[in-house]
Ligand binder design. Structure first.
Ligand code: SD4
Length: 338
């Protein structure tokens, strides 16, 4: 009796029971994105198509103003996009960073994966590649992003992400020069629930195929050229059909230093259930940055899923969407932050 109990306790959760498949999980209450991905999967489409269509829906809907065109203008007022998509069967990845003038960033990421032998393209050259692949180049600025930018200029460019510069970046706009005299620590972060939201999506089908993807316009008032965690493999997302998938959202400058999506997938491979794997990935970052803003979603190959978030000002509960055959329509879930 004791022995059989011991065996059950030590078995990885994936061997204990199967959850409904296919399943799609995505960050935040982005219902349109969840519905778009789910309609691909339930009609027998591939996990890659589901992730691409789901994230693309958010790009079109400008989810929360933080995905797609017309959001998060940088210091020069421009919106630039980061995205990636990963095939957990082949371990192929396509990613774009600092993409300019193209709305469908995840589509371009998919094109990088399918029409080049590279993994990531960035900046102007990524835009040129996209145009050559048939994507339309257009201005990503909207009245809303122009307004955010002009308010920021009027407010002496506050907040911003500069440090150790003169003039004093906490009071003045640039241009800035390096300030050699004073060594300062990293200042307070300006990232919160209003400056941040990324669509991160993971999908699994009945055949054990796993895919993951992300799309974001990054961070309000970022330094031009800044790339967040979302297009970085293992940081923004990771997928491996032999273990599971994860996707992260939050303060990418901090989170990318810890590759939380990769860590969560490896923990699931070692037998951790998805909630525990998500929690451990957050804990790893917390050790160094106790009040960072961030969350992660995880799913293993049996279709079990979980999420975790760090308790921070403005984030005590994290909402995410789950779509599977249980309800046949995307369901809003939430997890308390710790
Ligand atoms: C970034 N992680 O660029 C992205 C933005 C985000 O929730 O996730 N927001 O840092």
């Amino acid at each position: 009796m004791f022995l059989s109990l011991l065996i059950i306790v030590s078995l990885p959760s994936c061997l204990l029971r199967q959850a409904p498949l296919p399943v799609v999980v995505n960050t935040w209450p982005f219902k349109g994105a969840a519905a778009a991905a789910w309609s691909v999967l339930r009609s027998g489409g591939s996990v890659l198509d589901a992730v691409e269509k789901g994230c693309a829906r958010c790009e079109e809907e400008q989810c929360d103003g933080t995905v797609g065109f017309g959001g998060s203008p940088d210091e020069s007022g421009e919106t630039t996009l980061d995205a990636m998509i990963m095939n957990g069967n082949t371990m192929e990845v396509g990613a774009v960073a600092d993409l300019r003038r193209i709305k469908n960033a995840i589509g371009v990421a998919r094109a990088v994966m399918e029409h080049t032998e590279h993994t990531m393209l960035v900046g102007e050259s990524a835009s040129l590649f996209a145009e050559n692949m048939g994507f339309v180049a257009e201005d990503l600025t909207t009245d809303k992003s122009l307004n955010i930018f002009s308010q920021w200029l009027k407010g002496n460019c506050q907040p911003n992400y500069r440090k150790n510069v003169s003039p004093d970046s906490s009071k003045s706009c640039g241009p800035y020069r390096p300030e050699a005299e004073q060594e300062q620590n990293e200042g307070p972060r300006h990232v919160n629930i209003h400056s941040h939201d990324t669509i991160g999506m993971i999908a699994l089908d009945q055949n054990g195929h796993v895919a993951a993807g992300t799309s974001t316009n990054g961070l309000n008032h970022k330094v031009p050229g800044r790339v967040g965690d979302s297009p970085i493999i293992g940081a923004g997302a990771y997928a491996d059909s032999s273990a599971g998938a994860a996707a992260a959202t939050g303060d990418g400058d901090i989170m990318m230093r810890f590759l939380p999506s990769y860590l969560a997938v490896e923990l699931m491979r070692a037998g951790a259930d998805p909630s525990a794997a998500c929690k451990s990935a957050i804990s790893r970052i917390k050790r160094h940055y106790s009040d960072f803003f961030g969350a992660i979603i995880c799913a293993n190959i049996t279709g079990h899923y979980g999420a975790a978030c760090n308790k921070a000002p403005g984030l005590t509960e994290f909402h995410f969407m789950v779509s599977n055959s249980e309800s046949d329509t995307p369901v809003l879930k939430s997890v308390g932050c710790f």
